[in-house]
Design a protein around this ligand. Structure first.
Ligand code: SF4
Ligand code: SF4
Length: 133
């Protein structure tokens, strides 16, 4: 039996690549993206390791890390990547897939009253957009 790249890609990986427009296999794990990520310490996993999990077919694990919700789409990783890979697009794709599966990362009714009263409206709206389906 001949194995092709197409056969090794799961439906979820195909979806990530379709939504993000990025080819997961182009990352060669140099780690330059993670070295510059301002939120790497909070993510629970180094950003380039999220890509490694996807390459290894462990996409369900990748979906469980806070990384996909904390990524600020700052594009520092893309500017440092020798391959021009836009990791923030993959993080966004993983968020979208998680939200479409029914997961809600933010429950508006659970926001403390003082946050609702004091946070800038723009910040609240942008959080709703990012964390709810
Ligand atoms: S900098 Fe680019 S090639 Fe290197 S690990 Fe990050 S995404 Fe992969
Ligand atoms: S876009 Fe996301 S993963 Fe990339 S450096 Fe910024 S916070 Fe980190």
């Amino acid at each position: 039996m001949r194995l092709s790249r197409e056969m090794l890609r799961s439906e979820l990986i195909k979806k990530v690549e379709l939504i993000s427009g990025e080819d997961i296999s182009t990352c060669y794990q140099c780690g330059k993206c993670s070295a510059g990520c301002p939120l790497e310490a909070e993510m629970g996993i180094l950003p380039h390791r999220v890509l490694r999990l996807l390459q290894l077919g462990r996409e369900e694990e990748a979906l469980d890390f806070p990384a996909i919700w904390l990524c600020a789409s700052c594009h520092t990783c893309e500017s440092r990547c020798p391959k021009g890979f836009d990791l923030s697009r993959v993080m966004e794709a993983l968020r979208v897939i998680r939200l479409r599966s029914g997961h809600e990362a933010l429950r508006p009714e659970e926001l403390p009253a003082e946050v609702l009263a004091r946070a800038p409206q723009q910040a609240i709206v942008s959080r709703y957009r990012k964390y709810t389906g």
